[in-house]
Design a protein around this ligand. Structure first.
Ligand code: AMP
Ligand code: GLY
Length: 431
């Protein structure tokens, strides 16, 4: 029955998962909600499932024993570990690609080979398992060049090197084990230039339904300075696209999904395309096999539609573009981080002012690195602590409301970028 409620288990603990959970909870189909491991915000809406989210058997067994009707996988680690395979094998609907399809994120080499067969434009590259051969190639092509650890390296493992020396240092870092096993294979690729744009899409393996565009801010400090982070802020939509760029990005994602299907791999879930808008058109920087974080925190609040129905349709091959629609609104999200992030930081700082921030027009505060202490206080528990998101009719209003809300929240060591979204105002010619 279409109106039957189903109980849902959501894996993950970030701002992305808090945003997913809130949207799932809005659905008339949502029954009991469980999370593993969850965070201080998610645990106010859902119960904790006492399982390791990265363990396929543990997740599938618990879901079966507890009558779960849909498992939603937020982060990449459980996908690559095969949690979706185990859940589906147990006869339970799952949102997220199987382990083979998740190689689009899990192995840059795999993704590049699929892109080559699909005719999807991306940076020219070579991959190496031999250190000497890799160094020789880097000396031959010289900087600027990009060096990447092949496997999952938690957003690190990419060295954008301006000079040959920096590139060689990056190769050394990868092969010396700085990124663990992820660095045993090293990809060396051409440096692309242009603004970046993220395009998330839902897919059932055949139909691709693009979500709204968004733009992340990966560097820690204002002016895109400082070390790379998981993302310090984001906005949606991206107003600087030229004619035809969105259509081209959608086409590239469709080509990749079609190629995987031709290879015998059904990719169902979210396909995240990270694009560089080069003067020769959009080119793929990377694919991720999941929703983006923090992109989800601006895309989902702008979306209308039943996320439970859409996720079930991705799983059972009935995805239809009419399931989702978009308003003309804007969203801006600013990350409040702990002092020291992305390096080491302290935890356990009491957070105040979340309610006051959420009383601001159009503001939602998504929890990322938070926990509840014994007294029920929300305390810091991670590097990226909160995503303060505002939705409004204009970009300027969304930005102003998000920053006003940021000032109302306090915890020891709070740091955030003050220039999130300024690129949207500058215009393409000034980037
Ligand atoms: P990735 O994890 O592959 O998305 O890389 C992280 C960031 O490194 C990207 O968001 C880009 O800013 C940068 N990057 C990665 N690959 C390239 C490339 N081929 N050219 C220029 N910048 C790149
Ligand atoms: N926002 C970057 C990512 O989710 O990988």
């Amino acid at each position: 029955m279409a109106s039957e409620k189903i109980d849902i288990l959501l894996l993950g603990a970030g701002g992305r998962e808090h945003a997913l959970l809130m949207k799932l909870a809005d659905s008339p189909r949502a029954g009991k909600l469980y999370v593993a491991p969850g965070n201080g915000g998610m645990l106010q809406l859902a119960k904790k499932a006492p399982i390791n989210p990265d363990d396929p058997t543990e997740v599938a067994t618990w879901a079966k024993d507890n009558g779960i009707g849909l498992v939603v996988i937020g982060p990449e680690a459980p996908l690559v570990a095969g949690v979706a395979d185990a859940v589906r094998a147990a006869g339970i609907a799952c949102f997220g690609p199987n382990a083979q399809a998740a190689q689009m994120e899990g192995s840059k080499k795999f993704a590049k080979e699929v892109m080559a067969r699909a005719g999807a434009p991306t940076a020219a590259y070579r991959s190496f398992t031999d250190r000497a051969a890799c160094e020789a190639y880097v000396r031959e092509v010289g900087g600027p060049v990009v060096v990447k650890a092949d496997g999952l390296a938690a957003g690190k493992g990419v060295i954008v090197a301006q000079t040959t020396e920096e590139a060689l240092a990056g190769v050394d870092e990868c092969f010396s084990g700085a990124f663990g096993d992820a660095g045993a294979t090293v990809v060396v690729e051409e440096m692309l230039e242009g603004p970046e744009c993220s395009l998330l899409a839902l897919t059932d393996g055949v139909t691709v339904v693009p979500l709204a565009t968004s733009q992340d801010h990966k560097r820690a400090y204002d002016g895109d300075k400082g070390p790379n982070t998981g993302g310090m802020g984001v906005y949606s939509p991206v107003p600087i696209l030229l004619d035809g760029e969105l259509e081209r990005m959608v086409q590239i994602e469709q080509q990749v999904i079609d190629q995987l299907r031709a290879d015998g791999i059904t990719y169902s879930g979210c396909l995240y395309g990270g694009f560089m808008l080069t003067k020769d058109g959009p080119k793929v920087l990377e694919f991720n096999a999941r929703f983006g974080d923090p992109e989800t925190q601006v895309v989902l609040p702008r979306m209308q539609g039943d996320l439970v129905e859409a996720f079930l349709a991705c799983d059972n091959g009935t995805l239809d573009p009419a399931m989702l629609s978009w308003g003309d609104n804007w969203a801006v999200s600013v990350v409040l981080a702990s002092a020291g992030y992305p390096g080491s930081y302290e935890k356990g700082k009491v957070i105040t002012g979340i309610d006051a921030a959420e009383a601001c027009e159009g503001v939602t505060v998504y929890h990322a690195g938070t926990a509840l202490d014994e007294d029920g206080n929300v305390v810091t528990a991670g590097g990226r602590v909160l995503d303060v998101t505002a939705v409004a009719d204009t970009f300027e209003q969304a930005r102003a409301n998000a920053y006003a809300a940021c000032e109302l929240i306090d915890f020891e060591g709070k740091q955030y970028r003050s220039d999130i979204g300024l690129k949207a105002i500058l215009g393409r010619e000034n980037l």
